[in-house]
Write a protein of this length. Structure first.
Length: 259
């Protein structure tokens, strides 16, 4: 290495080292996570960020494919799909249409350990999105006809993302062999046999058990203030149940309608 190269290298490294602490200090100084727990057990994490008049709302349920039972793989992911199929107050597809109409976007995702839903929209629409999330937490319709249709959608998603992708199929098979006695054994999207055997009653039991306030964490980040947002959360984010129901025997998942 020449003297010039050593100088240039030293300048580059010094510049990087100078930038990293500056970024960390900026984040640490600007973002503070405020944590609250509502009377119904819902955990709330709030971060004030007034750089732009927008807000991100996320609700994370502590339920994923690891909470399923053998023979019903894919329940968590299927329920994620059904969460967009309507309540008595907001019909099929209305949730996303209302968010879009108000200039926002929304989506959801499922893993082995959690299921999460999010909305990004103007900060002055915070009450709207909280009210709609509360509504589908406690009043999901789970219409059987919609379930039958959505099951075919999920099966096609499996064909597209797993069956037709050799690497994805290989990873699924490796997990099945690596986790022989652990619920990571089955894939998040489920297997065809389990999807075919799944019933509306299975989903209802799963929903009643896990989609309750004290099994969820609400995250709000954006141009909001805790003193104004907290009353909204307390008033709108509520549910008929305030605790997780007891575990069901595996067989009960197949036939019980409610706990």
């Amino acid at each position: 290495m020449t003297a010039l190269q050593r100088i240039l290298c030293g300048v580059t490294v010094a510049s990087l080292l100078a930038l990293i602490p500056a970024g960390q200090q900026a984040i640490a100084g600007r973002l503070t996570v405020q944590e609250f727990t509502l009377a119904n057990g819902l955990k709330v994490l709030l971060v004030e960020e007034h750089k732009a008049p927008v807000v991100t709302v996320q609700i994370w349920y502590k339920v994923g494919s690891r909470n399923e039972v053998m023979g019903r793989a894919g329940l968590s992911h299927m329920l994620e799909h059904m969460m967009f199929k309507g309540t008595p107050k907001y019909g099929k597809g209305e949730f996303s249409k209302i968010i879009e109409k108000n200039g926002g976007n929304d989506n959801a995702f499922t893993s082995q350990d959690y299921t999460a839903y999010f909305e990004n929209l103007a900060a002055d629409k915070l009450e709207l999105t909280l009210e709609m999330e509360a509504d589908r937490m406690k009043g999901l319709l789970l219409d059987d006809k919609e379930f039958q249709l959505e099951r075919e959608v999920v099966k096609e998603e499996r064909r597209l993302r797993v069956e037709d992708v050799p690497t994805a199929y290989l990873v699924e098979q490796i997990d099945a062999q690596a986790f022989m006695v652990h619920p990571y054994h089955w894939p998040i999207i489920g297997w065809f046999n389990d999807l075919d055997a799944m019933t509306r009653e299975d989903l209802k039991v799963y929903y009643d058990k896990y989609y309750v306030p004290n099994n969820a964490t609400l995250v709000i980040v954006g141009a909001v203030k805790a003193e104004t947002a907290l009353p909204l959360k307390a008033e709108t984010v509520n549910s008929g149940g305030s605790s997780i129901r007891p575990n069901l025997p595996c067989g009960a998942m197949k036939s019980a309608i409610a706990l």
